[in-house]
Design a protein around this ligand. Structure first.
Ligand code: PMP
Length: 449
């Protein structure tokens, strides 16, 4: 029997086979065109089929495709590290290259623990995180993730890391509004640190804009300033998981820059290779690396393909492309325009609960009742239905939400390539309106659970 990646009969029936991509569009082998308003998985940040990225990869491949990280480095890796240090704020000067976002957050976690060990603090090993979060699928990263449905099967194998409430203003656990709420959700960090003991905690990890678990939940203005202050007061490192938000997604290299906050360690991924090659990184500050360099001299982590020259050449070409075409500068304007167009859909479809996000990382949460914010029952699989209707119409959007009943069950992320034009934004919203009309008809005729 012929073997393929998927079981043979599933091909084409479940996943269309993509033939090629160009700009914000993908084309399947039946000639159907899709507007990729998800950038795949918030990854294809500069769009599909950019020739100069492919050329950069080929040029590197002609020189050397692989060197092993404990024997050699490469010009591509060195240049990329220098460029990231230049583009990131503060003293985030040390890059450890890996292959996926999960590896990046795991490496960040290990760097934090190692930092304290080298300073003689053997007990600082816990990583605090938040509910409604996603930091990756490997066991360490999943241990830090407040994503109930992804954790469920593996709970006995996960580390018991404590989590606090997220800055989820649409469903504020205190029923308050920012800024008069006094940022009680940030203050929860202090309460948790005091309860557990600062001598037990290595770091606090958070996504600047909550992605897969919540659907582009952006915090109120001073939230991260408060978080950083608390971390500093209690000697806890702050890890920003910028796997989804980094590399310009919100209009700045790091989303943390939007609030003037410099993390101690940053996890990068997704947009770093923009889908052209697997690459991710944990980027650490001088402060974090000092005791490590003075002690063991290197970070106790690594993968065979860490700092792969081809992937590094791709990421460098992506950064140069962003720089040369001044792409980040336009992200905020494009995001504002897209949000404005999405807001116009709200009065037409009463299942739109909340529209939120930052830059070109926007989210829509769906509710059964917009007044009470009652979520749809899980068994109706609302997100999945909306995503499928969108795909039928030739529009790709990204699923989000906790995946459990009674919480933030249903949301999507709208995150087109940063290169999207005004006309393409209008086309996106037109296709989304068509999608919502189909879903609305489905609700009115009674949905199957
Ligand atoms: N962190 C965040 C914020 C993410 O969005 C993701 C992926 N959705 C990850 C980590 C994990 O990245 P990967 O899938 O590349 O392992």
């Amino acid at each position: 029997m012929e073997k393929t990646f998927l079981i043979k009969p599933m091909l084409d029936e479940i996943y269309p086979v993509i033939d090629y991509g160009k700009g914000v569009y993908l084309f399947d082998r039946n000639g159907k065109k899709y507007l990729d308003a998800a950038s795949g998985a918030v990854t294809a940040n500069i769009g599909h089929g950019v020739a100069e990225i492919v050329e950069a990869m080929m040029e590197q491949a002609k020189k050397v495709s692989f060197v092993y990280r404990s024997q050699f480095t490469s010009e591509a890796a060195e240049k990329l590290a220098a460029k990231i240090a230049e583009w990131t704020p503060g003293e985030l000067n040390w890059c450890f290259f890996v292959n996926s976002g999960s590896e990046a957050t795991e490496t960040a976690m290990k760097m934090a623990i190692q930092h304290w060990q080298e300073r003689g603090n053997q007990t600082k090993t816990k990583i605090l995180s938040r509910w409604v979060s996603y930091h990756g699928i490997t066991m360490g990263a999943l241990s830090m993730s407040g994503h109930p449905s992804r954790r469920a099967r593996f709970i006995p194998l996960l580390e018991d890391f404590p989590a606090i409430n997220p800055p989820y203003c649409y469903r504020c656990p205190y029923n308050l509004e920012a800024p008069s709420c006094n940022y009680l959700c940030a203050k929860e960090l202090e309460t948790a640190i005091k309860r557990i003991g600062p001598d037990q905690i290595a770091a606090f990890i958070a996504e600047p804009v909550i992605g897969a678990a919540g659907g582009a939940i952006s915090p109120p203005k001073d939230y991260f300033k408060q978080i950083k202050m608390i971390c500093e007061e209690y000697d806890i490192l702050f890890i920003a998981d910028e796997v989804m938000t980094g590399f310009g997604r919100t209009g700045t290299m790091l989303a943390c820059e939007q609030w003037g906050v410099v993390p101690d360690i940053v996890a990068l991924g997704k947009g770093m290779g923009a889908g052209y090659a697997p690459i991710a990184a944990a980027v650490a500050s001088e402060k974090v690396m000092e005791p490590i360099l003075a002690g063991s001299k290197s970070v106790m982590s690594g993968h065979t393909l860490s700092a792969n020259p081809q992937s590094c050449a791709v990421s460098l070409a992506v950064l140069e492309y962003l720089e040369k075409n001044d792409i980040m500068k336009e992200v905020d304007n494009k995001g504002v325009y897209l949000k404005y167009q999405l807001e116009k859909l709200k009065p037409q479809f009463n299942f739109i609960g909340d529209i939120r996000g930052k830059g070109l990382l926007l989210g829509i949460e769906f509710v059964a009742d917009p007044i009470t914010k009652q979520p749809f029952p899980r068994k109706l699989s609302v997100t999945q239905k909306i995503i499928e209707h969108a795909k039928d119409k030739g529009l790709l959007i990204y699923p989000a939400g906790s995946g459990i009943d009674g919480v933030n069950g249903d949301a999507v992320i709208i995150s087109p390539p940063l290169t999207i034009t005004k006309r393409e934004i209008e086309e996106l919203v037109f296709l989304l309106k068509g999608t919502f009309t189909v879903f609305s008809d489905e609700i009115n005729t009674g949905m199957d659970g």
